[in-house]
Design a protein around this ligand. Structure first.
Ligand SMILES: Cc1cc2nc3c(=O)[nH]c(=O)nc-3n(C[C@H](O)[C@H](O)[C@H](O)COP(=O)(O)OP(=O)(O)OC[C@H]3O[C@@H](n4cnc5c(N)ncnc54)[C@H](O)[C@@H]3O)c2cc1C
Length: 470
């Protein structure tokens, strides 16, 4: 679509020269996304610097029937920021940490704040903001809230939904909903903020948020345990959690293939063990007490596990640098997979107790579909979220392998749903998973979603075409 010149001039008046990008080359960074699978284009990129400016742009777009795609850090993995003309509205000039209240354990931020900056600001105030994911250096809190991001700390602290206390949102007609509560108890009717969390920008633009903080961990132990089979992982998780309770902050599965791909393709990564092992668990435990002997406690647990064969070996990160290296190993798996060749990905969840059963059944069902397919199931097994990824057979044609993606998706997603799971655990629906959502949610659920969308955005201007078609 081509926007009328007076409309664009109006936006320039509101935002100034810095706030409007119409040159295609300058727009490019605002049109890419982490998967790069779909072309995206827009007429202008709008970069407001305050909520009132966001509201005025949205009001004008609504009047002129111009679609808006809200944009955070562009790290989403499901095509949620793909645009087809109209306005891409970036929050990248709204990145202030406005207030930290260590006594109330809350923080007030603008939606364009980079996640890492929020973590750092919390730490400076002696507190802790636990949302943590591989893209934390570039994703924005508005994007995290809009995707209800998960990450490595969900096991202990919950998804982003559990970390949001209040929101400010510009609605599709340009009204500003002011819901910036910093309350731990608030039962005044419907909890409206929940509508916008995980809505992927389809119901409004989040402009500010009140976030929940936690006591800062003063003792932390990070380790990698090695196992001789997948069947060992849940008993180990059970054992560690029984002893250390909610001091277990992360429990991640890393299969042998992932270790091989990471050490082959990612600079500076090495296998910390002298022998190869079929499976590994990256475990992190933490406590706000400085004098807690976490290392002694977990060594005691793992000593018993070693004696009974539940683990084969373990390495502890002896300092912060080693801990970061172990996490880098875990976070580099998708990148290493990409460098190895074509891969087909599934972001799914099942009840924690059924995770290994799911992986084994899925592997058995898929092995005959493409002989030689390499299984790389990894991730947040402690909260039931498996990144069930497949790597092309060695020396196979990557494009031909990707042509089979739909066959794999159907088998995996059918199995997940049959096991009481979800076909989108933490990345959302965007455009890529829309058809799958329509396939697996009931007609009543889809109808309810459409009714909400139509009621709030009758002109369908707010991130149109994402999640559901209306
Ligand atoms: C290396 C890597 C690791 C990752 N690890 C994880 C992980 O562990 N867990 C996880 O959950 N995700 C993970 N992701 C996915 C991604 O980082 C998250 O989905 C993140 O929350 C997206 O934030 P963003 O700011 O980049 O949002 P974007 O990609 O810019 O946008 C995502 C969606 O939110 C909407 N949106 C953005 N900002 C706003 C706003 N202010 N108001 C309304 N709507 C808005 C967009 O329209 C879009 O639909 C990872 C991605 C990468 C590249």
């Amino acid at each position: 679509m081509t926007l009328p010149a007076e409309f664009v001039a109006g936006l320039r008046e509101i935002l100034g020269e810095r706030g409007v990008i119409s040159d295609a080359a300058d727009q490019a960074p605002y049109l890419s996304d982490a998967r790069q699978r779909v072309e995206s284009s827009c007429d202008i990129v709008a970069r407001p610097s305050a909520t009132a400016e966001v509201a005025e742009i949205v009001r004008r777009c609504q009047e002129a029937d111009v679609p808006i795609v809200p944009r955070g850090g562009g790290t989403g993995l499901v095509g949620g920021t793909v645009a087809a003309g109209g306005v891409v509205l970036s929050l990248d000039r709204m990145r202030a940490v406005q207030h930290v209240d260590p006594l109330n354990m809350t923080m007030t931020v603008e939606a364009g704040c980079i996640l890492k900056d929020i973590q750092d600001a919390a730490q400076e105030a002696g507190c802790y903001f636990p949302l943590s994911l591989g893209a934390e250096g570039s994703c924005q809190i508005g994007g995290n809230i809009s995707t209800n991001a998960g990450g490595a700390g969900v096991l202990r602290y919950g998804n982003t939904r559990e970390l949001v206390m209040g929101l400010e949102v510009v609605l599709p007609n340009g009204e500003i909903w002011e819901g910036m509560n910093a309350l731990r108890k608030n039962n005044m009717g419907y909890d409206l903020k929940q509508l916008f969390i995980g809505a992927e920008g389809t119901l409004g633009i989040i402009t500010r948020a009140v976030l929940k903080l936690f006591p800062r961990p003063r003792t932390r132990v990070t380790l990698l345990a090695a196992m001789d089979g997948l069947e060992r992982i849940l008993p180990l998780f059970d054992l560690v959690r029984a002893d250390l309770g909610d001091r277990v902050t992360a429990f991640e599965l890393i299969p042998r293939l992932a270790m091989e791909l990471c050490t082959r393709h990612i600079d500076g990564l090495a296998d910390p063990f002298t022998e190869p092992h079929p499976q590994y668990a990256l475990i992190e435990i933490a406590s706000p007490r400085a004098d807690e002997d976490l290392r002694g406690e977990i060594e005691h647990v793992l000593g018993g596990a070693l004696e009974t064969g539940r683990i084969s070996d373990a390495v502890f990160a002896e300092n912060e640098g080693r801990a970061l290296a172990l996490w880098r190993l875990r976070e580099s798996i998708p990148e290493a997979q990409t460098r190895e060749g074509a891969s087909i990905k599934h972001d799914v969840s099942v009840p924690v107790s059924r995770t290994t059963e799911f992986i084994e059944k899925a592997n058995a069902a898929l092995a005959p579909v493409v002989p030689g397919v390499r299984f790389c199931a990894f991730g947040h097994i402690g909260d039931g979220n498996i990144h069930y990824n497949l790597t092309q057979p060695v020396d196979a044609d990557g494009a031909a392998f990707l042509d089979r993606a739909e066959d794999f998706h159907r088998i995996v997603h059918d199995m997940v749903v049959e096991m009481g799971g979800s076909i989108s655990a933490e990345h959302g629906i965007g455009t890529f998973k829309k058809a799958e959502l329509a396939h697996y949610r009931s007609s009543l659920e889809l109808d309810l979603m459409r009714r909400i969308k139509r009621a709030m955005d009758p002109g369908n201007i707010m991130n149109p075409g994402k999640i559901i078609s209306v």
